[in-house]
Design a protein around this ligand. Structure first.
Ligand code: AP5
Ligand code: MG
Length: 221
């Protein structure tokens, strides 16, 4: 099964991807995580991406598409993947379609996570991440067991550089302008699944399972 996780910044794409991994063997590809790893490792790609990310803008399509195309060619994607944060523009969506088409593949479902801007702003200001492995926490929703220390690898817990209030507003604006049109794009292809992630993760996961079952992507229990 090949899935796209669509949704505004802080709508829970990474959190839902982690939850889905418990039920499905799907490779999780977060373009944001790949960019952040490249920035931390001071690569050429990281250098190019940093200024866009720091101001809450999108990294140019050609850079992002090449990066995803390369990642999708890895063996671990052949039995299914979850794209988190890609595509974010119509250009990227068209490019993805042609990459997959050339390999005889397609997208089975696009999970559109719906959360109001007010809740997003609250959640992002409470979000903390591990500096070493990128694991995500929330000061209110799922804090690490030991203050300031990652449960997974023991790394230092920090606030993401682009989670400062001014950058969050700019990311929300970028989403509304450039990414929101993908909702109609995928609705027209009848693969869009709208999921309410405002009321709690368990409820969101139940909606996803129900929709997968209704669409014959998993057997209904
Ligand atoms: P990226 O890393 O993808 O950031 P984003 O889209 O802004 O999304 P986030 O990672 O901030 O949020 P999320 O939806 O994963 O939510 P999370 O699960 O953490 O991209 C960063 C930047 O890279 C972009 O701004 C852009 O510059 C660049 N970039 C990336 N992809 C690109 C592309 N394709 N093209 C061009 N540029 C690109 O959840 C948020 C918080 O809420 C967490 O603390 C979590 O614990 C909590 N939470 C989640 N669900 C719930 C719940 N149900 N109840 C309570 N709390 C919850
Ligand atoms: Mg994320």
């Amino acid at each position: 099964m090949n899935i796209i996780l669509l949704g505004a910044p802080g709508s829970g794409k990474g959190t839902v991807a982690e939850a889905l991994k418990k039920s499905f063997e799907l490779t999780h590809i977060s373009t944001g995580d790949i960019f952040r790893a490249n920035i931390a490792n001071e690569t050429e790609l990281g250098r190019k991406a940093k200024s866009y990310i720091d101001r809450g803008d999108l990294v140019p399509d050609d850079i992002t598409v090449d990066m995803v195309k390369e990642r999708l060619s890895h063996q671990d994607c052949s039995s299914g993947f979850m794209l988190d944060g890609f595509p974010r523009t119509i250009t990227q969506a068209d490019a993805l379609e042609s990459i997959l088409c050339s390999r005889g593949q397609s997208v089975d479902a696009v999970i559109n996570l719906q959360v109001s801007d007010a809740v997003i702003i609250r959640r992002i200001s409470a979000r903390r991440v591990c500096k070493s492995c990128g694991a995500t926490y929330s000061q209110t929703f799922n804090p690490p067991q030991q203050d300031g220390k990652c449960d997974v690898c023991g790394g230092e817990i920090v606030q993401r550089a682009d989670d400062m209030p001014e950058t969050v507003l700019s990311r929300l604006e970028t989403y509304a302008q450039k990414t929101q049109p993908l909702v109609d794009y995928y609705a027209a292809r009848a693969i869009l699944i709208n999921v309410d992630n405002e009321s709690g993760l368990d409820l969101a996961m139940r909606q996803i399972q129900d929709q997968f079952a209704q669409r014959g992507l998993i057997s209904s229990q």
